[in-house]
Design a protein around this ligand. Sequence first.
Ligand code: CA
Length: 229
Amino acid sequence: MSKTKILVVEDEEAIATLLEYNLKKEKFSVTVATDGEEALLNVEESAPDLIILDWMLPRVSGIEVCRRLRAKSETANIPIIMLTARSEEADRVRGLETGADDYLTKPFSTVELIARVRAVLRRIRPGLADDRVVVGNIVIDRASHRVTREDKEIHLGPTEYRLLDHFIQHPGRVFSREQLLNAVWGTDVFVEIRTVDVHIGRLRKALNKYNQGDPIRTVRSAGYSLDAN
Ligand code: CA
């Protein structure tokens, strides 16, 4: 199962290390950026699933990073939790106005931070935070890798499972073959684009084993999406 990627943007080394350690302990994949510019480059290279963003940063401030990410359609929906030493209500409001999804005032407990991370993920990307995910009549137990549809067991190969896992994180969203390749096979392997079609075919067949309907939609010249409702 691919891990949820969190980008931590924090220039105070002690806090960055503490966040990295605790998030990794919770099985998140963590990248640390120490200033706003590095954070923006990092997001451009590989979009994280969530960003923990410090307010006061060298070069480009947290507020500015947030504003720039929200201004671009490709990054506008990445969940952001702002960290700040300021506790004034006015700043809190300003932070939320720039588009942060949640707000945490330093000093905070790691337990509280992890709870906020899970809450934001659950609200924005339900497929990421929970072990058991329901999309229409399909239920995926991510802890045991068991998939059922209307209580009937669906057997999937590892690649088909990863494809389904990727789709359930973004129900209804259309993915190109290239995007699926990068997400499921990774960017560092060479796989022919039609391999995606082969595995989509297998996933379709497995999901429709009991004639419950084909939940995968082919979008001409665009790609595929999961529509289980
Ligand atoms: Ca700082």
